[in-house]
Ligand binder design. Structure first.
Ligand code: HAM
Length: 433
């Protein structure tokens, strides 16, 4: 069978079993479910509540929230118009969560809102290993807390997720980017510093020098990295309050035994950050080495229409890069789930019995599979084998007559007759009576 249609470049199907797509292993749904449930379990321990926001958001929310000059907004949005409304497929979830917080007055629930999400995001980036156009994030947003403890809790929670999943080789990088004024002063200082090197910069960096000089700090080019060695550092431009906040974040990380590196050039690609910014990198990921990142964003709420400030901090992490790290670290992920029981039916009456009995056994909580195609006994047994079931229940005219099925315990090969009315009980266990 062939099809004229293929999934769009930079997107992928998630199938019941893992497969290779252009050199990248796409794990099967059981692996995704396992990772998701592990994340939910960790979120539960930290008492974060799930929030689900739409995939479609107003373009303006994203543009204002993330920043008009960011790469995401200028180049990577999947945006379209319908009537008078401009829509965007969400490129991230922080601005939508803050929108939902403001829209539903979640502060009225009292205390700090600690929210988490899991779901797809969309960015029209150049697809490559670990970089997709539809990718999947999990993340948290702590809304309403200004303390450095909140910053550290978000970092600790991210690390706890990686730990629970068995990803060990991670490095946490942190920086402070202060408040708006500090940023403005710093952008000026950085621009003045880079101006004399303009001719040595790549075309992209020259463009950024005009529009968004902070992005140059993210350069992957060695000769630009060399130039930047002498560049001013944002930490020298932040207020004493910001520095104090940052010092406390570092002290509390140490309290929790979370090791970190200070990276004076870490500014992140979204404009809403203030104060703490952080990223977690994996040694295994090469160019796309950020497993996840986040920081504080105390000004986002005002930027998207709140009349009062709402302090907030959070992170998001990509599933696809997490799977690359899991693979590199040889972590075993669950494969396809197997049913407990396969019913092998011979003849039409047996098929009729199977059809009804499967229904009853399933009602009784047993996971049952059987052949929907009326194939031969051999192919049914082969399938029972392939499915690695615990029990094969074999049923033909003779068994129907005796009102007892032949039940084969597949791991041991042992087989006994089980009266129909005892089947559910026997199949619930792991052994034959
Ligand atoms: P971000 O750094 O843009 O931050 O994305 C977070 C993570 O999403 C990245 O570290 C990466 O693992 C994954 N990711 C991003 N783009 C792609 C892509 N094209 N393909 C595969 N994975 C990707 C945010 O999105 C912020 N909202 C994080 C945050 C939450 N800050 C505060 N709260």
């Amino acid at each position: 069978m062939s099809t004229r249609y293929q999934s769009i470049t930079g997107t992928f199907d998630i199938l019941p079993e893992a497969y290779d797509s252009g050199g990248t292993r796409i794990p099967g749904t059981p692996a995704w479910q396992y990772v998701e449930s592990t994340i939910r379990e960790v979120m539960g321990r930290y008492h974060y509540e799930e929030i689900r926001t739409p995939i479609l958001e107003p373009t303006e929310l994203v543009a204002r929230g993330i920043g008009e000059q960011t790469d995401i907004v200028t180049k990577e949005m999947f945006a379209f118009e319908r009537g008078d409304t401009r829509y965007v497929l969400r490129p991230e979830v922080t601005a939508p969560v803050m929108r939902a917080f403001l829209q539903h007055h979640l502060e009225q629930r009292g205390g700090v809102q600690k929210l988490y999400y899991i779901g797809p995001c969309f960015r029209a980036e150049k697809p490559q290993k670990g970089r997709y156009r539809q990718f999947h994030q999990f993340g948290v947003e702590i809304i309403g807390a200004q303390t450095p403890r909140a910053d550290v809790e978000s970092i600790g929670l991210m690390m706890a997720c990686y730990q629970a999943l068995g990803i060990g080789n991670t490095r946490l990088r942190i920086n402070t980017i202060g408040g708006v004024e500090a940023r403005q002063k710093y952008v000026e200082a950085l621009t003045n510093f880079l101006e004399p090197y303009r001719d040595d910069l790549s075309e992209a960096s020259r463009r950024r020098l005009e529009k968004n000089p902070l992005r140059i700090l993210d350069t992957k080019l060695d000769h630009e990295k060399e130039i930047l060695k002498e560049a001013p550092r944002i930490v020298d431009y932040v207020t004493s309050e910001s520095r104090q906040h940052f010092d406390e974040v570092k002290a509390r990380l140490t309290d929790l035994d979370i090791s970190y590196e200070e990276d004076p050039f870490l500014v992140r690609g979204l404009d809403y950050y203030t104060e703490t910014a952080y990223e977690v990198h994996s040694e295994h990921l090469g160019a796309q080495s950020a497993l996840g990142g986040g920081g504080r964003y105390d000004l986002l709420a005002a930027e998207i229409g709140s009349d009062r400030p709402v302090p907030a901090v959070g992170f998001a992490a990509g599933f696809e890069r997490m799977f690359l790290a899991l693979e590199a670290e040889d972590v075993d992920l669950p494969g396809p789930q197997t049913p407990d029981v396969f019913i092998v039916a011979l003849g039409e009456s047996a098929r009729e019995w199977t059809f009804e009995t499967a229904h009853e056994l399933r009602d009784a909580g047993v996971s049952v599979h059987y052949d929907l195609k009326a194939r031969s006994m051999r192919s049914q047994m082969r399938e029972a084998d392939r499915q690695q079931v615990q029990f094969a229940v074999i049923i033909g005219d003779q068994e129907l007559e005796k009102s007892a099925a032949a039940v084969k315990h597949m791991p041991s090969g042992e087989q006994v007759d089980v009266p129909f009315d005892e089947l559910a009980d026997v199949l619930h266990g792991n052994e034959l009576p």
